[in-house]
Ligand binder design. Structure first.
Ligand SMILES: [Zn+2]
Ligand SMILES: [Zn+2]
Ligand SMILES: [Zn+2]
Ligand SMILES: [Zn+2]
Ligand SMILES: [Zn+2]
Length: 422
């Protein structure tokens, strides 16, 4: 997990929010970060100096007041930020740390006109996550910002409490979910699931971090409950495509499936993708599960899904899942890795295809891509179409790809398709 988060409205060392009592003191070298005091600037120097020196080099080479001006004219604010980042990155050896990259991705700049230093910027008085050059610009952005202001505020609280209290929840706390005699009703959403089965905590940060560990397994259960009799099967085979670290939460959480679905005795999970991250070796199972159930996990890295299916030892899936898939993202691009894999989603009959996306717009594009496969061997029937996922992660993440401020949640929107005989 990333250990620091950059917010231009807070001290770069202690993360205290600036105010009239605690004015920002900008680093005079790079003009990119600020501090609440000279002491904190000194304290931070060993971690800041690399970025500061590289940025100073750009400023002295170009004679500009800030690194964003050094990029030259561009109407596209995203371009400006990325180019400024690369300009600074190129002055040294190796890439910038993720935290240093955030300094360019979320810089101190007016949300409306993108004015930066030496313009004096004032934050949104509610969330302190965005800044404006004038009241006029703040008011003109109000309609758009008010939709995400409180989510941004909460996201910042989470980010800062992780940084300042080195709060980290990377593994599952003990749960109260014993193996059930009959299948219990799945709670209606993530909040209720956590209250029902985990030690209730008043710590909101702990709850949102727990939700990110649970979102993959609970999204699977939500799918299974909405899609016929899958919960009654003695064996389930899951193909999980393009896994990132998030999907590996299943090593820890797949036991929940055994405890909730007492018919389920065998679970096989195959992770398939061109870039599977290194994975943990152990699946967490209790003594009772170890005695009466089997779970196997197979990771097929550096492989596309259609390549995997042509392997002689490939399995037949009950569910094919692509979490936060972005299937549409590189459509028509030469770097599109999904082009040959998507038609193979429909190689099996009575299989569920589960897609999650960060927002409805992306979900609709992802679905369109799957549904537009020509002459599939089996016919796709839509079960859930781009609905808000009640088991999404609860942590708001700052959106950085677009020029408008917004947030995204893991597994935010869900679609489910079942393949049927022609
Ligand atoms: Zn400070
Ligand atoms: Zn500096
Ligand atoms: Zn402005
Ligand atoms: Zn705000
Ligand atoms: Zn167990």
């Amino acid at each position: 997990m990333q250990v620091d988060a950059f917010y231009s409205t807070t001290c770069n060392e202690c993360k205290r929010i600036f105010s009239t009592e605690v004015p920002a003191r900008r680093c005079s070298g790079c003009k990119l970060v600020s501090y609440c005091s000279r002491d904190h600037q000194k304290l931070n120097w060993s971690r800041h100096k690399e970025l500061c020196r590289r940025a100073q080099l750009v400023l002295s080479q170009t004679g500009k007041e800030n690194v964003f001006q050094a990029v030259g004219n561009s109407k596209n604010w995203w371009d400006v930020r990325i180019k400024a980042m690369f300009l600074v990155e190129r002055t040294g050896v190796g890439p910038l740390l993720p935290y240093h990259r955030e300094v360019f991705i979320f810089p101190d700049a007016c949300r409306v006109c993108y004015a930066t230093y030496p313009i004096l910027l004032k934050p949104c008085p509610v969330c302190h996550t965005v800044t404006y050059c004038s009241d006029e610009h703040r008011l003109s952005d109000y309609q758009s910002h008010v939709r995400v202001c409180s989510a941004l505020k909460f996201g910042m609280e989470v980010d800062i409490s992780i940084v300042t209290s080195s709060f980290e929840l990377t593994s599952l706390p003990s749960n109260t979910l014993a193996i059930q005699d009959t299948r219990p009703n799945l709670p209606a959403n993530m909040e209720e699931f956590i209250v029902a089965y985990f030690t209730k905590t008043d710590n909101r940060v702990a709850t949102v971090l727990l939700s990110e560990i649970l979102t993959c397994v609970t999204t699977l259960m939500h799918t299974i409950e909405k899609s016929g009799d899958y919960f009654a099967r003695p064996k389930l085979t899951l193909h999980i495509l393009g896994p990132k670290q998030l999907e590996y939460s299943l090593f820890e959480t797949l036991e929940i499936l055994f405890h909730l679905y007492n018919c389920l005795k065998h679970l096989e999970i195959v992770f398939i993708g061109p870039e599977c991250p290194p994975y943990p070796q152990n699946i967490s199972l209790c003594a009772e599960c170890l005695a009466s159930r089997t779970a196997t996990v197979d990771v097929r890295s550096s492989m596309m899904y259609h390549d995997y299916l042509s392997c002689s030892d490939s399995s037949v899936p009950d569910l094919i899942i692509a979490f936060n898939c972005g299937l549409h993202e590189f459509e028509g691009d030469i770097s599109d890795t999904w082009i040959d894999s998507i038609p193979s989603f429909m190689s099996f009959c009575n299989t569920l295809i589960v897609l999650t996306s960060y927002n409805k717009l992306e979900a609709a594009k992802d679905m369109k891509r799957v549904l537009s496969v020509e002459q599939p061997p089996y016919i796709p029937r839509v079960i859930i179409e781009c609905e808000e996922n009640p088991f999404r992660g609860l942590r708001p993440h700052r959106e950085w790809e677009h020029n408008t401020d917004s947030v995204f949640y893991l597994n935010n929107v869900i679609s489910v398709i079942e393949t049927c005989p022609p």
